[in-house]
Design a protein around this ligand. Structure first.
Ligand code: NDP
Ligand code: NDP
Length: 313
């Protein structure tokens, strides 16, 4: 397939692996890129020199395009931007911040910039900042999320009606049927997180991967809206947050309960009791740990089979 996204990134298949803290190191990114999609290193959980090592390692493990995702609220953001430029990273996905701050610098170094949004206001801001494409991430997605709770089905047509740059759909997509639906709504690629969080090459702890496989319908919820909205898998920590929220906990109480490095404890170190487990609603449909290439191929094959079926009917 050829469209604006495959041309922009120089990839064969319009499937992008989401940048996910503690899950998407160089191993996952290189595996997805080698399989024909776009792999992304998630910088949010990496100290600057760890990120540099992951970029170098990714480059020596794939000749194909890969990207780095940078949450813009990252503490050492200037250092991270210097590393991206020094290491000649070609594609950067920014998220969780103002796209106007860094887009022109990155673009002046020839870097393709994509920004992640969850509403029309930020889509317009990102387009005005000059980004090359947008990831529109719906309410179903894991981790940090939009306050409006707009689902992917509502979000994609809203975004494509206000911007002319290509839109990548994210949130709730782990199979080819959902990918086809996203394309019908106007997306030109999909970004897949949860399905790749359990990939064999994901750096997530096996305990976290197994808890994703075991997740059932209703096991994730959007929590901590008064602080930073985040979709979490149900565990004792998430239940404590839900109880506190029902009792009217404010942002400072939630921040105190969250403390520091809980995502690392849960997702990287495998502490399923007190850790923060960020994953999407679609985890209820993910049933096995497989290599990233097999995950990508399954989505792509199903997309093509379903497209054919729809056109015949
Ligand atoms: P990884 O799964 O990241 O991979 C290990 C590989 O990384 C080895 O092949 C090793 O190469 C290579 N590697 C490690 N450090 C460097 C470096 N400084 N420069 C170049 N290559 C390097 O496992 P590790 O546990 O080794 O992780 C490396 C670092 O990345 C650690 O600090 C780890 O905590 C962090 N990490 C962070 C993640 C995150 O999301 N924040 C995800 C995964 C890892 P060689 O065989 O030559 O030693
Ligand atoms: P916390 O403040 O709770 O903890 C910081 C964590 O990040 C620690 O585990 C720390 O590792 C690690 N870390 C990596 N680089 C740095 C650095 N330069 N300074 C301090 N700590 C660093 O944050 P979270 O774990 O909740 O979030 C970490 C990052 O991930 C943030 O940038 C956040 O925006 C992003 N994020 C993105 C999400 C998404 O959906 N895209 C979801 C959630 C978070 P150590 O423990 O080894 O010190």
């Amino acid at each position: 397939m050829q469209n604006r996204i495959t041309k922009l990134f120089n990839i064969e298949v319009p499937i992008i692996q989401a940048g996910m803290i503690w899950c998407s190191g160089w191993k996952l990114a290189a595996a997805v890129s080698n399989a024909g999609g776009l792999g992304i290193i998630g910088a949010g959980s990496m100290y600057p020199e760890v990120l540099r090592a992951h970029i170098q390692k990714c480059r020596s493990n794939t000749n194909r395009a890969f990207a780095v995702n940078v949450p813009l609220l990252y503490p050492n953001i200037e250092e991270i931007m210097d590393i991206l430029i020094e290491e000649k990273v070609k594609i950067v996905f920014t998220s969780a911040g103002n796209p106007a701050t860094w887009t022109s610098l990155l673009k002046s170094h020839g870097i393709t910039v994509v920004h992640v949004i969850a509403n029309t206001k930020f889509a317009q801001k990102a387009a005005a900042a000059g980004v090359d494409a947008i990831v529109a991430e719906g309410f179903e997605a894991g981790g940090h999320n939009g306050r409006e709770e707009t689902t992917t089905f509502c979000l994609i047509p809203m975004i494509t009606s206000v911007v002319n740059i290509p839109v990548i759909a994210a949130g709730g997509i782990a199979g080819g049927k959902a990918m086809l639906a996203a394309f019908a709504l106007g997306a030109e690629a999909v970004q897949v997180g949860s399905a790749f969080a359990v990939a064999a090459e994901s750096s997530a702890h096996p305990n976290f991967k197994n808890s994703i496989i075991a997740a059932a319908e209703g096991d994730t919820a959007l929590q901590m809206k008064k602080l930073v909205p985040v979709r979490l898998l149900r565990n004792p920590f998430a239940e404590a947050i839900a109880t506190a929220e029902a009792a009217g906990a404010d942002a400072s109480k939630l921040s105190e309960m969250l403390g520091r490095a809980r995502a690392k404890a849960g997702m990287f170190e495998g502490d399923l009791e007190t850790g923060e487990l960020e994953i999407g609603q679609v985890s209820a449909m993910i049933k096995e740990i497989k290599p990233a290439a097999a995950i990508l191929q399954q989505i792509w094959d199903e997309y093509r089979i379903e497209k054919e079926r729809l056109f015949k009917s």
